[in-house]
Each structure stands twice: as structure tokens, then as C-alpha cells.
Ligand binder design. Structure first.
Ligand code: AMP
Length: 287
């Protein structure tokens, strides 16, 4: 496994691999890797010859009041995990090279970023789409993999890939959860064991929604009320930012559950902002 730090070296290596007709995949991450990230790397390995994993804590997707400065990192541990999962190249660029002082070009996806996370975190997706398009331009992947955990991000990036004409196959992989159901997230590392149990309230709420749908309930207002009650009961200090029912592809809000409705939520548990989601009525199963 090779670690590459500069854009120029990465581009040179990509050129050489392309000449050799190797198929490349890219798994963009912000590091401090867990099984969720590793599932993407393992899957990439099955799909392509060479797996590139980028580790870059992207400053432009964090608002000034967010956790950029204290975002956890463990490069040594990450490199070990990536190697074990089958990664071939780890791209770890420097923020100064990605965003030189005179940087002034951004990529934005319009409508899909106006709701959910885009509404709660203004400017966030502009940072995400800009860094990912820059990574696409540097790494020229044939396949790119993103997690369903950040579902809106995946949909926004899929749209960007299509709109800008990148010839890249897009894979959205299922959320990997801890044993109790908590979606794996770098931010879970901020919790004590006790708080981690409370963080399960998001999963309990989503399970409640899914069970209600299975039992024939369709009205989102009623399901939402029940989800709020579950969160209140299992994590009294939780602050719900949003609970939303939307169409999987268009992100438009739905009042009555139908095919392809997904429920997403953002909740602050002991000041840590968590997001999670669940398909409530699946059209096509993620594999
Ligand atoms: P991050 O390092 O948080 O930017 O995440 C890098 C990639 O890993 C993104 O595509 C995430 O959606 C994905 N990811 C994060 N957590 C999980 C998880 N629990 N299961 C599957 N994919 C995940």
C-alpha cells in the first residue's frame, strides 16, 4: 500500500495506472475510520483493481461553530485498517494544497441541498461538492463509493456526477451499525458508554417508524409524533433538529408513506449532532 500526499504525485500515479488499463475506485473519507468506512473499501476492492482511499478533513464543509478543530484523527491506525481492508493507495493531501490562498472556484448543487442537512448546515454541501469534484479531477476513478449513512450527501453527489458528466459509476452502500443499532460514526467517539446508549434513541425512533409502516400506518404526522415520544423516553436531553419523510431520489417531502419513502433525522445528543435514516417502504433494496 502506498501513501501519497501531493496532488501532482497522485495525478502521476493515476496516469500510470490508467495506461496499464487498471480500473480505479475512490472512497473519500475524513479519517478516524470505523467498520462503516471499511465496508466501502472492501466493496471497492471487489469492484475494481485499485482502491484509492482519501483522508482529508475538509474545512469548507464545516461551519465556524462546528467541530473542525476537534475532529478526531489517527493516521497510523487508519493506514493499518485500510491496508487490512484491501486499500492500495491512501491519498492524504494537505489543506494548503487543496485550498491555496487564491482559491475561488466552488461547485454547488442547487435544489437537492435546500432541505434536511442543507437547511440545517448552510454552506455544508458547497464544501462537500467542491472537495469531491476536486478529488474526482485528481483521482479519475471509474467507481466511487459513498455510505447511505449520509444519504442526502450521496444523492447530492450523484446529481453532481451526472450534471458535470463525470464518467463514474456511483455506489451507495448500506449503513453499518453497532450491535445495538447505533449507526457507526466518527462522532460516536465523543460519547461516554452511558451517552452511547442514549444515542440509540435515533435508531429506536427509526425502528418505531418502520414497524408502524409494517403495521399499515401511512400518515407521516402520526409516525413523527410517535418517533418524538420514543426519543423523549429513551434520551430525555435529546434535541431534535428535524425528522423528515422524503422521497429517496428527489428529497421532496411526503405526507403519506409510499414507495421509496425514507425517514431521516438529525438529533443532538449531549451536544453531539447525529444523523441517521431508514427506508420505510423500499422499492429497490440496497445491496
Ligand atoms: P466521513 O469520513 O464521515 O466523511 O465518511 C466517509 C464515507 O463513509 C461517507 O461516504 C460516509 O457516508 C461513509 N460512512 C460513514 N459512516 C458509515 C456507516 N456507518 N456505514 C456506511 N458508510 C458510512
Amino acid at each position: 500500500m502506498k501513501r501519497i500526499r501531493s496532488i501532482k504525485s497522485m495525478q502521476r500515479v493515476v496516469r500510470e495506472l490508467t495506461i496499464k488499463k487498471k480500473r480505479l475506485s475512490l472512497v473519500p473519507t475524513m479519517g478516524f475510520l470505523h467498520e462503516g468506512h471499511l465496508s466501502l473499501i472492501k466493496r471497492a476492492k471487489k469492484n475494481t483493481d485499485i482502491v484509492i482511499v482519501s483522508i482529508f478533513v475538509n474545512p469548507t464543509q464545516f461551519a465556524p461553530n462546528e467541530d473542525l478543530k476537534k475532529y478526531p484523527h489517527n493516521m497510523k491506525g487508519d493506514l493499518r485498517k485500510i491496508k487490512k481492508a484491501g486499500g492500495d493507495i491512501v491519498f492524504t493531501p494537505d489543506a494548503k494544497e487543496i485550498y491555496p490562498e487564491d482559491f475561488q472556484t466552488y461547485v454547488t448543487v442547487e435544489d437537492l441541498t435546500k432541505t434536511l442537512e442543507g437547511k440545517s448546515r448552510p454552506g455544508h454541501f458547497k464544501g462537500v461538492t467542491t472537495i469531491v469534484s476536486k478529488l474526482f479531477n485528481i483521482c479519475h476513478p471509474d467507481v466511487v463509493l459513498f455510505g447511505m449513512k449520509d444519504y442526502q450527501q450521496a444523492i447530492v453527489l450523484k446529481q453532481m456526477t451526472k450534471d458535470l458528466g463525470y464518467p463514474i459509476k456511483f455506489i451507495i452502500a448500506p449503513t453499518v451499525r453497532e450491535r445495538g443499532g447505533l449507526a457507526m460514526s466518527t462522532r460516536n467517539s465523543y460519547f461516554t458508554d452511558e451517552q452511547r446508549k442514549e444515542a440509540l434513541s435515533l435508531f429506536y425512533a427509526l425502528e418505531t417508524a418502520r414497524n408502524m409502516v409494517k403495521a399499515g400506518k401511512r400518515k407521516t404526522a402520526i409516525i413523527e409524533r410517535e418517533m418524538k415520544a420514543v426519543i423523549k423516553a429513551t434520551c430525555p436531553s435529546a434535541k431534535i433538529e428535524y425528522i423528515a419523510f422524503t422521497d429517496f431520489n428527489t428529497l421532496s417531502s411526503v405526507k403519506s408513506i409510499r414507495k421509496d419513502t425514507i425517514c431521516s433525522l438529525a438529533v443532538r445528543v449531549h451536544k453531539v449532532r447525529l444523523i441517521d435514516n431508514m427506508m420505510l417502504m423500499q422499492h429497490k433494496k440496497l445491496k
